[in-house]
Design a protein around this ligand. Structure first.
Ligand code: ATP
Ligand code: MG
Length: 417
């Protein structure tokens, strides 16, 4: 019986995998230059970690989590996002006693039970950063700058729009929520069920509603940025000023409230028009560490959808040079040639050349055909005759010229360079 992959999962290989690796190399380089350290955390955590941090009222916790009871009777969830996991690790490993700020990045698979669509999978990958220990807007700038640097490196900086907003702190949000509820109240009956629940439980989240009618009602709702307290206002002004100074274009979008419960102050998204999807989303979460049992620690971060980035690069055809060439194929005509031949193979590989030899017991002609198919630039033939004279024939597969030279690594590497 043939067993297929699960809905919403994919096998990644070939050209697509090259794009993934190309993005990953850039991520590593950039994080290195920003002096951000990698962290790896478990794929599964206690379900409570997510219900408490992401929020009971969010789509993720309500509908999308892969939750199961393990054999020991514990409720376990496959990570739907990683901020909660990183915060858990931050607290559990005593990161707060280390030099601050603590700047971490991750790249990992996430799991959400979602309706499969383009750019929306059940297993997907996020690259993310989380900075702990700074309350300054400069930390917000630094994470936005990092994401922007990646987009620049991938030549898509002008293909993603940065939308920013401030959702204030608990103090200013109270005022705003009151105003929002007053505004919505006369139309509440015609709003969707989710919005009606959110009206009571989490009014801000109504702004996130995708229903056309709700969107229409909320179109002229009061703006959160009008209700910011002095501190939040100053932070937001500073952030905008600095983005302008750094020549990072942005749009203030008062509709961004983000789908997770733990954000405050700055929230932002990089949106791709071409995909009509958000590629990167993040913001400040100054209360989460304390909420999960750690010392009060201000934090800011983002999660970037790698799968969507790959889709975008593919769609725009902005791809790395996909060099699939092999430097040399060593054709050893009989087993007597193995010792010397494989010695040359090893030396070439040690020096970074991409080299193959026959592992399928193919005939001479079949090997030549194979070398051609894998795009080998050179074929180095070590036959019976050549062995006797310690020579080899180097065949240039591009122009079909060939010559006999001594079977010597230095000579060969010079030839195929
Ligand atoms: P959306 O509104 O698109 O559902 P979200 O608010 O659920 O996004 P976050 O939880 O903030 O997304 O995740 C950060 C990023 O991770 C998103 O901007 C997106 O690029 C990516 N992402 C989220 N869910 C998926 C998914 N199911 N498949 C692929 N990428 C995803
Ligand atoms: Mg979602």
């Amino acid at each position: 019986m043939k067993i297929s992959k699960q809905k919403g999962t994919r096998d990644i290989y070939g050209k697509d995998l090259k794009i993934w690796q190309y993005i990953e190399e850039n991520i590593r380089d950039i994080c290195n230059t920003y002096n951000v350290k990698e962290i790896r955390t478990p794929v599964f955590e206690a379900t409570e970690l997510y219900s408490r941090s992401v929020g009971d009222d969010t789509d993720i916790v309500n509908k999308e989590m892969y939750t199961f009871t393990d054999r020991g009777g514990r409720s376990i969830t496959l990570r739907p996002e990683l901020t909660a996991g990183v915060v858990r690790a931050y607290i559990e490993n005593g990161f707060s006693s280390m030099i601050t700020p603590i700047k971490l990045w991750y790249e990992a698979n996430m799991y959400r039970y979602e309706k499969m669509q383009k750019g929306r999978y059940r297993e997907f990958t996020q690259f993310g950063v989380e900075f702990f220990g700074s309350e300054s807007y400069l930390a917000d700038i630094e994470v936005i700058l990092l994401a922007n640097t990646l987009f620049k490196k991938l030549n898509i900086a002008d293909k993603v729009v940065l939308n920013i907003n401030s959702i204030g702190c608990t103090t200013c949000r109270k005022e705003y929520i009151k105003a929002l509820k007053d505004y919505v109240k006369p139309n509440l009956d015609s709003m969707c069920e989710t919005c009606r629940t959110r009206y009571e439980k989490n009014p801000l989240r109504m702004l996130d509603c995708k229903e056309e009618n709700c969107k229409k009602i909320l179109k002229n709702a009061p703006e959160l940025t009008e209700y910011l307290c002095e501190e939040c206002k100053t932070d937001f002004e500073n952030l905008k000023k600095m983005l302008t100074e750094l020549d990072i274009k942005y749009v203030v979008d008062s509709r961004i409230v983000r789908g997770l419960d733990y954000y405050n102050k700055t929230v932002f998204e990089f949106v791709s028009k071409d995909l009509d999807l958000t590629v990167c989303a993040g913001g400040r979460y100054d209360r989460l560490v304390e909420y999960l049992g750690g010392n009060s620690t201000k934090a800011v971060g983002f999660g970037l959808g790698m799968d969507r980035l790959v889709l975008l690069l593919n769609e725009l055809n902005i791809l790395p040079e996909l060099n699939d060439k092999v430097d040399a194929y060593i054709l050893m005509q009989d087993s007597n040639a193995y010792k010397k031949g494989i010695d040359i193979v090893n030396k070439l590989r040690e020096n970074g050349y991409i080299v193959e030899f026959d592992i399928c017991n193919r005939s001479f002609n079949a090997q030549l055909k194979y070398a051609n198919k894998i795009n080998s630039k050179y074929v180095i033939i070590v036959g019976e005759e050549e062995l006797k004279t310690n020579t080899c024939v180097i065949k240039n597969m591009e122009d079909s010229t060939q010559e006999k030279i001594e079977l010597d690594y230095n000579l060969i590497s010079k030839k195929i360079n």
